[in-house]
Design a protein around this ligand. Structure first.
Ligand SMILES: [Ca+2]
Ligand SMILES: [Ca+2]
Ligand SMILES: [Ca+2]
Ligand SMILES: [Ca+2]
Ligand SMILES: [Zn+2]
Length: 508
């Protein structure tokens, strides 16, 4: 991937005046009620009417935008997704041309049974609202009813014409086709869909046991509800995880009758304590990127991520009857926070354990660790699929170098000692080897050890780190704590778009 800045798509949740204050705390769907239900539009009142702002959007005329909106949002409806009961209908024009943040907030909060779609002709509304100029659009429910109904009664969308006027300082001008995908994404939020990182996170250099097992996902499998616009030709139609998300909220009878779910819970190494905020992914073993479902564990927790009735639970819905799936638990990329968050915990948690597959009876729960790469296929329709996280890797530590110099570019230093192995003092003890690196800015760092065939042996660092020089130790063990064999190993650091690889020799 070329060094291209990423653009944030925002799903902003705005507080209701007298109905219910909504918070950006939800997964699977964005907004969850205090009764642990996702808010939904009232299916009995479909189609949902939307009301269009006057004025242009960038260089696009109002009429052209009306058509682009209609064609884009149709992709969430029954005509495109037979499992979705969503229907939209043009409800007419607003009687104003909204051009300022103040006017935007006025139409947003008006109790007038209108769901405004606002065209920000040149980005000045986005600026007025105090948002970054890289925001392409935003959408969300505005008003919802009190539980137990948990209905959305008003929503709003804002589309930033600064991306359609042939003139952006950062060069991120968009085609109408690309912008149509943005409208589709924003209307996902309007319908109360959360983001999903499925498959797209490969393209921001993120790891995933599924990628190790099945290979690199194609760009055609990136979800519409992926939080970033990659500019790599990603899809303009809903993909597998989008389709199951919209159909789960607004199912047709066919969805309920024909598809299956896999349910379970993510548990800490004690095998008992649930963990909310880990991403759980089901991949069809025969179609891992195009038949995939994800949900964040504890997605239905409301204010309390440790709520014993909801913490750690996941439901992977919309699966193919008769098909088998691998189930994996992975980190949500740390880049996805605040307006690009995924799931109920903003600023995602970092697993204190390796990412791993579910492997049935070998899933550890007694302090022992199972092999994260071992998997057991799970039939669609299975329940009680509990993944017990392994104990945290040991003998890996980071040291803030006292002088902590900040380099001009990424640096990876030779490990020390090298070769390394058993101590020569006769004690028989194993030596660790130290690997130092320096990063020029606060960045996500991935550092891992590979064998001579390129297979990943052990992840040593996978997180955001401050600029400066750091040292980690490798205890010559793999992810499951087993000593590796004698031989040559490689260690590779990746940060931003840069990777550096060096070799080392382990002699037991
Ligand atoms: Ca306008
Ligand atoms: Ca512009
Ligand atoms: Ca496992
Ligand atoms: Ca495990
Ligand atoms: Zn979004």
């Amino acid at each position: 991937m070329k060094n291209r800045n990423l653009i944030t798509l925002i799903g902003l949740v705005v507080s209701g005046l007298f109905l219910l204050q909504m918070q950006m705390m939800a997964g699977g769907a964005l907004a969850i009620s205090s009764t642990n239900k996702p808010y939904k539009w009232d299916v009995s009142r479909f189609p949902i009417k939307y009301h269009v702002d006057l004025g242009n959007c960038g260089l696009q005329s109002n009429e052209a935008m009306q058509e682009l909106v209609a064609n884009s949002i149709a992709k969430w409806t029954t005509s495109h997704i037979p499992y979705s009961s969503v229907q939209f209908e043009f409800g007419g024009l607003l009687d104003v041309d909204v051009t300022t943040g103040e006017k935007f907030e006025e139409v947003e909060l008006a109790q007038d049974n209108k769901n405004p779609i606002i065209f920000d002709v040149d980005g000045s509304i986005v600026k007025d609202l105090g948002m970054d100029e890289s925001v392409i659009g935003l959408a969300s429910p505005v008003y919802v009813t009190q539980p137990p109904l948990t209905r959305i009664v008003k929503g709003i969308a804002l589309l930033n014409g600064d991306f359609l006027d042939g003139n952006r300082r950062d060069g991120h001008e968009m085609t109408t086709e690309e912008f149509g995908a943005i409208i589709l994404h924003e209307f996902g939020h309007f319908l109360n869909l959360d983001h999903t990182q499925v498959n797209g996170h490969h393209f921001i250099q993120d790891s995933d046991p599924g990628f190790e097992l099945y290979g690199d996902p194609p760009i055609s499998s990136v979800s519409i509800m992926f939080p970033l616009s990659l500019g790599l030709g990603e899809p303009t139609e809903p993909q597998a995880d989008d389709i199951r998300a919209i159909a789960s909220l607004y199912p047709t009878t066919a969805f309920t009758n024909e598809t299956k779910s896999i349910t379970g819970r993510i548990l800490l190494p004690d095998g008992v304590t649930p963990l909310t905020g880990a991403n759980v992914v089901a991949r069809n073993v025969n179609d891992p990127f195009h038949d995939v479902a994800s949900q964040v564990s504890g997605a239905l927790t409301a204010d309390n991520p440790d709520d014993p009735d909801f913490a750690g639970y996941f439901t992977l819905s919309g699966l193919t009857a008769g098909a088998n799936y691998t189930i994996e638990v992975v980190n949500i990329n740390s880049r996805f926070n605040t307006n690009s968050s995924v799931g109920p915990i903003n600023v995602p948690i970092v697993l204190d354990a390796p990412e791993e597959f579910y492997n049935a009876g070998d899933e550890s729960g007694n302090g022992a660790s199972d092999n994260p790469a071992n998997w057991t296929a799970v039939a669609a329709g299975s329940n009680g699929i509990h993944i017990i996280l392994n104990n945290a890797a040991t003998a890996v530590e980071e040291q803030d170098n006292l002088s902590n110099p900040v380099p001009a570019s990424l640096q990876l230093f030779a490990n020390y000692p090298n070769p390394f192995g058993r101590k020569v003092d006769g004690s028989g003890q194993m030596m660790d080897t130290s690997i130092s690196f320096a990063i020029p800015r606060n960045e996500t760092v991935h550092l891992a050890v590979y064998d001579i065939l390129g297979r990943k042996i052990r992840t040593l660092v996978d997180k955001d780190m401050p600029a400066g020089q750091w040292t980690v130790k490798w205890d010559s063990r793999n992810e499951t704590g087993q000593m590796v064999a004698d031989g040559v190993y490689f260690y590779r650091i990746t940060s931003g778009t840069t990777s550096i690889t060096k070799r080392m020799l382990f002699l037991d």
